[in-house]
Ligand binder design. Structure first.
Ligand code: SF4
Ligand code: SF4
Length: 98
């Protein structure tokens, strides 16, 4: 099960970002594209020597813009959390187009 974070305003996050650190090339496009600025670059390096995109841990709206901005197939998965945390669905449209 994926747990949704609760923001400082008491609302649950509507989305959850997952980054495959083996596929990310650290270009930063997802970071620039994310409206709530919920992504940052890691301090560590992956096996290619890139700092990788990392979810801040909260604030994702599930919009999928980071997925659309990413040039690396399979690097980003966005989960869109629906109604309550027990009912969730992978963002199929976004995942299918990358
Ligand atoms: S889905 Fe939207 S809010 Fe969530 S990390 Fe990606 S760009 Fe940011
Ligand atoms: S856009 Fe893709 S490759 Fe670039 S930093 Fe984000 S996850 Fe990594």
């Amino acid at each position: 099960m994926v747990n949704a974070n609760v923001t400082s305003t008491g609302k649950r996050d509507r989305g959850l970002l997952r980054v495959d650190g083996n596929e990310c090339k650290g270009c930063g496009l997802c970071i620039e594209a994310c409206p709530p600025k919920a992504i940052h670059l890691s301090d560590g390096l992956n096996h290619y020597g890139y700092r990788t995109a990392t979810y801040n841990g909260s604030g994702c709206t599930g919009c999928g813009i980071c997925f659309l901005a990413c040039p690396e197939p399979g690097a980003i998965t966005v989960l869109r959390l629906r109604r309550d945390v027990a009912v969730q669905q992978e963002e199929a449209v976004a995942c299918a187009s990358n």
